[in-house]
Design a protein around this ligand. Structure first.
Ligand code: PMV
Length: 362
């Protein structure tokens, strides 16, 4: 869609060296993306809230290099100030995969310096924030070198598209408050290729919303998301699941439009449990929840029944619990977490987060 052989630098008029920095947040899906086809295209539309505190800062330095220096992409990669070979190899493969979109990358010496706001290996998914931050840097670089992304909406769309190629869910992190990724008649302009903002379609309640992440375990997952998506191909419940996601998206968008927290929360919890149920009935089957995940879920449901406070949970593909609640009950919920839930967390660790305004260029 964005292949462009004209994005090549003129070696008789080389650009000055420079650098670009973006801070980009993670996001939490309410309607889950689980199952894909082709080049990172989703089997069903998903909807997420954009977070704020869990983010990645990425600086991209660039300098023109002589053709004589070869035509492979030239990259140095630093993660939290240290060279990181594993991330470098992954990033190189990603940048190579963009060579038809960005042929000029081969003409530059690139240095990426990146870091997360949350402790490394806290068990918080970092691919969404990391890939969206890098994609935003690349779009800024294109615009700096060629002036071709002046339009804000076009810039965001391309950044979302490029982020998707790195990690599917990353395409939703580009937008403030909430985003939908995947073609659906419910959202004008929606696409399987990139996410679109839906902040304007939701009640203000969800713009002052919290997601405190209860870290049950920071250990690396036994089954990666990539492998999990692949197992959906032979999952006997795959087709009904994709249909269910579409129905739930419609119900969720309705509830988020009117501020119906009960319906919102029911769908969020049902989606989380469906995601994990799909893992349990994959072949081979696997379980990512842990006893403490279940203990927290039980306590959240009890607390809600007893107090009437609108606190709900969701999970991504791991054992950690995301607690979702509106800002007006923050004091009550934080006390509940401290008194009853922190004991189920690894070293009592809770990453406090909330719905945010999306990425910013630094
Ligand atoms: O973006 P990926 O390939 O890591 O997949 C993410 C999948 C879930 O986090 C489980 C759901 C989602 O929509 O973010």
């Amino acid at each position: 869609m964005y292949e462009n052989p004209r994005l090549v630098l003129d070696s008789s008029n080389p650009p000055e060296a420079g650098s670009i920095t973006w801070r980009s947040p993670s996001n939490i899906a309410l309607i889950k993306y689980w199952g894909k086809y082709g080049n990172q295209l989703p089997r069903n539309p998903s909807l997420s809230l954009t977070l704020s505190a869990s983010c990645t800062d990425t600086q991209l330095e660039y300098a023109f290099k002589d053709e004589a220096h070869g035509s492979a992409i030239d990259l140095d990669f630093f993660f939290h100030q240290s060279e990181n070979e594993e991330f470098k190899v992954k990033t190189l493969a990603y940048l190579e995969s963009l060579s038809a979109i960005y042929p000029f990358l081969k003409q530059l010496k690139l240095t990426v310096r990146t870091g997360n706001s949350f402790p490394h290996s806290a068990g918080i998914a970092s691919s969404a924030s990391a890939m969206s931050a890098l994609a935003l840097c690349l779009c800024s670089l294109e615009d700096k070198l060629f002036g071709t992304l002046q339009d804000g909406a076009e810039f965001d769309k391309k950044a979302s598209y490029l982020a998707r190629l790195g990690s599917g869910s990353a395409c939703r992190s580009i937008f403030p408050h909430a985003a939908v990724w995947g073609e659906t008649s419910l959202v004008a302009g929606s696409s399987n290729e990139f996410a679109v903002p839906v902040g304007d379609l939701i009640h203000d309640t969800f713009k002052d919303f919290h997601d405190d992440i209860l870290i049950v375990s920071s250990a690396e997952k036994a089954v990666s998301s990539r492998a999990g998506h692949a197992l959906m191909d032979d999952n006997p419940f795959a087709e009904p699941r994709y249909a269910q996601a579409r129905q739930r998206l419609e119900m969720l968008l309705g509830a988020m439009r009117t501020g119906d927290l009960e319906t919102f929360g029911k769908i969020a919890e049902d989606e989380a449990l469906t995601l994990h149920a799909l893992m349990m009935c994959s072949n081979p089957s696997y379980i990512l929840m842990q006893p403490d995940s279940l203990a927290i879920i039980e306590k959240v449901r009890e607390y809600r029944a007893e107090t009437g406070h609108q606190v709900y949970f969701t999970l991504d593909a791991g054992p950690n619990i995301h607690l979702l609640y509106p800002g007006d009950i923050i004091h009550e919920v934080r006390k509940f977490i401290e008194d009853e839930l922190a004991e189920h967390c690894e070293n009592g660790y809770v990453q406090q987060d909330w719905v945010g305004e999306g990425p910013e260029e630094m």
